[in-house]
Design a protein. Structure first.
Length: 186
């Protein structure tokens, strides 16, 4: 049963593929580096639905934070490095120091500060592998929605980006894969 952050970390640690992905991302030595969104969310939803086969990911969202390296070109170089290490992984790399701009949000203070602006509370979660190989989980809006199979807009999505939230819900069609989800409409 999944009830706590420790339960989630044990589940990730037991997933050989995810641990490999985390270790490859760690080799970049990026400041404030995490892997978030579906990388964690899908694993939890699969487990809570009793699925033994894991849902394939559209992308692996590697986020990091450094105001001195705000260019998208730097992220492209990092994606190329990751693809050279593990070509079959759908890598995505974003420096959260600039990601407030396209969203029209206030500047983020860190990667995890930026995560709290993602559209759904259940998606606003990230994990990283520390230099001692221990895992760390961050969920700035808590874990209850993720663990309760509840999809709700983050405060930012509800107040400032409701159309983006609605668009993601329609596009993702999560109920087809995870029918026990409860999705809040706005």
């Amino acid at each position: 049963m999944l009830n706590t952050a420790a339960d989630i970390l044990r589940l990730i640690e037991a997933d050989t593929w995810r641990m490999g992905v985390l270790r490859v991302a760690m080799t970049l030595n990026l400041p404030d580096c995490w892997i978030g969104a579906g990388f964690v969310r899908n694993l939890i939803w699969d487990e809570l639905h009793g699925y033994e086969e894991r849902t394939p990911l559209n992308d692996v969202d590697v986020i990091w934070f450094d105001r001195r390296e705000p260019s998208a070109e730097k992220d492209d170089v990092l994606v190329a490095k990751l693809k050279a290490s593990w070509p079959d992984v759908p890598w995505s790399v974003l420096n959260m120091a600039r990601m407030h701009l396209p969203a029209g949000d206030p500047p983020y203070a860190s990667s995890i500060d930026g995560v709290r602006f993602w559209p759904e509370t259940a998606t606003a979660v990230a994990v990283r592998c520390n230099s001692d190989r221990s895992l760390e989980l961050a969920a700035p809006l808590g874990l209850s929605d993720l663990l309760d199979l509840r999809v709700r807009p983050t405060p930012s999505a509800r107040e400032r980006h409701p159309d983006a939230y609605r668009g993601r819900i329609a596009k993702k069609n999560w109920l087809r894969r995870w029918p026990r989800l409860r999705i809040e409409t706005i």
